[in-house]
Every structure is written in structure tokens, then in C-alpha cells.
Ligand binder design. Structure first.
Ligand code: ZN
Length: 158
């Protein structure tokens, strides 16, 4: 795939992730959303699938496009937007919201790891490195979550 097309695919991954906030399902579904988003110029699904499965692509998405794309232990794919809200009031509301299954649900993306929670989610730690009660997240989801904490913190001290 040419570089110009790769950049286009990455940008559309970000756009689709923002649209859905957090999608969980097959790689074929994610490929079809992205192909639809790109339109007539889209590479064919097989090419997209190969490109998206590459660890390098997933790293680039996470680092430069505020987007997590990964496969979990039960072989489901996740496409998650890692863009934190900019409004401190929205951040505060989200930080105070408790998921319905706090032991197995990621606090950022709300996806439920069920029986694999101990393997897929990590506990949030407070400033003293003690676990925050009932607060677990995917490693990828920590960045926006902690960004929201920082936004609220700044608001409180200003
Ligand atoms: Zn998550």
C-alpha cells in the first residue's frame, strides 16, 4: 500500500473510532467501516485487513492518531477512540461515573472483559501507588483517562 493511501487509512481509522467511541467485534466489521468511510478510493478489504493487523500500524494509531486497535484474548477486535474530552465538566462527569460491572469493565471505553478482566485490564493507581477501588482499564485506555484526571486537577487548582 502506498504511503499516501496508508495515511488516508490511518486518518479514517481515527474518524471511525471517534464516531463509535468504542467498537468491539470482528476485524471484517472494522475493515468494512473503514472502507465505507474512505469510499471509492479504498484499498480492497484484504489489503486493509493485512495493514490493520500489523503491530506497527496499531502502534502508529495509538501514538499519532489517538486510536487504539487491538485483538483481545477471546480474539475479538477493539477499535477505541483515545481522545479525551476537553471540557472539564464532561471529564468530571466521566471520572465520577461508575461502570455497571466495575470489576470487569474498562472505565474509559466501558468494554467488559468478563472472565479475562484480570489479564486484560490493569488497576488504576493513585499518587501513592495504591489501587483505586473498582477502577480498571485497558493499558491503551490509561492515557485519555489520566488526561481527564489532569484536566480536572488543573481546573481545581486554578
Ligand atoms: Zn478500555
Amino acid at each position: 500500500m502506498e504511503l499516501a493511501i496508508q495515511l488516508k487509512v490511518l486518518a479514517h481509522c481515527q474518524y471511525v473510532a471517534r464516531h463509535y467511541s468504542a467498537f468491539k467485534g470482528s476485524i471484517e466489521s472494522i475493515v468494512s467501516f473503514i472502507a465505507y468511510s474512505i469510499g471509492a478510493e479504498s484499498p480492497d478489504p484484504d489489503q486493509l485487513s493485512v495493514f490493520l493487523r500489523r503491530p506497527e500500524t496499531q502502534r502508529t494509531l495509538e501514538t499519532n492518531y489517538e486510536t487504539a486497535l487491538f485483538r483481545d484474548i477471546s480474539k475479538q477486535w477493539h477499535l477505541i477512540s483515545l481522545a479525551p474530552p476537553t471540557d472539564p465538566a464532561v471529564c468530571r462527569r466521566r471520572l465520577n461515573h461508575r461502570p455497571t460491572s466495575p470489576g470487569t469493565q474498562c472505565r474509559w471505553c466501558y468494554q467488559d472483559s468478563k472472565g479475562y478482566a484480570a489479564l486484560e485490564l490493569k488497576p488504576e493507581l493513585d499518587v501513592y501507588r495504591n489501587p483505586v477501588p473498582a477502577s480498571f482499564l485497558h493499558p491503551q485506555c490509561f492515557r485519555p483517562w489520566l488526561a481527564m484526571r489532569a484536566i480536572v486537577e488543573r481546573e481545581n487548582t486554578s
